[in-house]
Design a protein around this ligand. Structure first.
Ligand code: DGL
Length: 269
């Protein structure tokens, strides 16, 4: 079991923010990643539709030898707080609680911002998770539906004029409300971190939900004594449901050109 892989999924390249962190903190682990690129975006769809997709994504990963699952998608993580997509006996985490725990550690003025897809913000999952632990924290939320297409199409450079203009529009409320910590509640958004830093300035700490989920998974595997004893670098297997060419381009942009990974297309049942 220790040598089984960590299974990760998202609708597209967003979950790679989690994979990148996993490769850094657990370089000897095998990782299997699924990006459901044929059906992206999830974040504009209804909870029922997202739940149906998530069950298929989960089933795909369950067909592989996986010791822990990471739902590296803020949208699915929010929806599954009410309807789990994995059997309770399986080791699994979404991104909401790991990101919330980090944001609560970081905030000094008790004003936390959350940006996410429309479905995530509508679910109120982050707000509820924060206020369940800390009722005195003010939570400011904003749905940012334009960010996912910007990321999937590569508009991620910190000085990109289009991403900057859209970020200013979306993030103004965070400046007005004086949040000191902003949860990037959609795993695509850390790809725009440089743009957000330019727009918000240095007074706001950014929390990557995907990276926090990776750190949380490490702690869980440590506690369960399930970290691999492998000495060599772990294997990275990537699957997408649409064209491999487009996905490969994106993977190389976000994980680097020297990434040693097998990339294949798959069909979800
Ligand atoms: N990366 C995903 C999330 O964290 C989904 C984005 C989308 O498909 O809309 O919400």
């Amino acid at each position: 079991m220790k040598d089984y892989a960590i299974g990760v999924f998202d609708s597209g390249v967003g979950g790679l923010t989690c994979v990148k962190e996993l490769k850094q903190i657990l370089p000897n682990e095998n990782v299997i990643y699924l990006g459901d690129t044929a059906r992206i975006p999830y974040g504009t769809k209804s909870g029922d539709t997202v739940y149906g997709y998530a069950l298929q994504d989960a089933r795909f990963l369950e067909e592989h030898k996986v010791k822990m699952f990471i739902v590296a998608c803020g949208t699915v993580s929010s929806v599954m707080m009410k309807r789990p997509v994995f059997d309770k006996k399986k080791l699994c985490t979404g991104v909401v609680y790991p990101a919330v725990a980090e944001a609560l550690k970081k905030t000094k003025n008790k004003r936390i911002g959350v940006i996410g897809t429309s479905a995530t913000i509508k679910s109120k999952a982050y707000e509820q998770a924060i206020n369940d632990i800390a009722p005195d924290v003010k939570v400011v939320t904003k749905a940012c539906p334009m960010f996912v297409p910007l990321v999937e199409n590569g508009y991620t450079s910190p000085d990109d004029p289009i991403s900057t203009a859209i970020s200013r529009d979306y993030l103004n409320v965070m400046i007005d409300e004086e949040v000191d910590t902003l949860i990037m509640g959609c795993t695509h958004y850390p790809h725009l971190k440089g743009v957000f830093e330019n727009v918000l300035g240095s007074g706001v700490s950014l929390v990557s939900s995907g990276a926090e989920a990776a750190k949380f998974a490490k702690r869980v595997l440590q506690n369960e004594n399930l970290l691999s004893d492998r000495k060599e670098e772990g294997r990275l297997e990537l699957y997408c449901t649409d064209s491999v060419e487009l996905f490969t381009e994106n993977v190389e942009t976000f994980l680097g050109h020297n990434i040693n990974a097998a990339i294949s297309q798959c069909v979800l049942k």
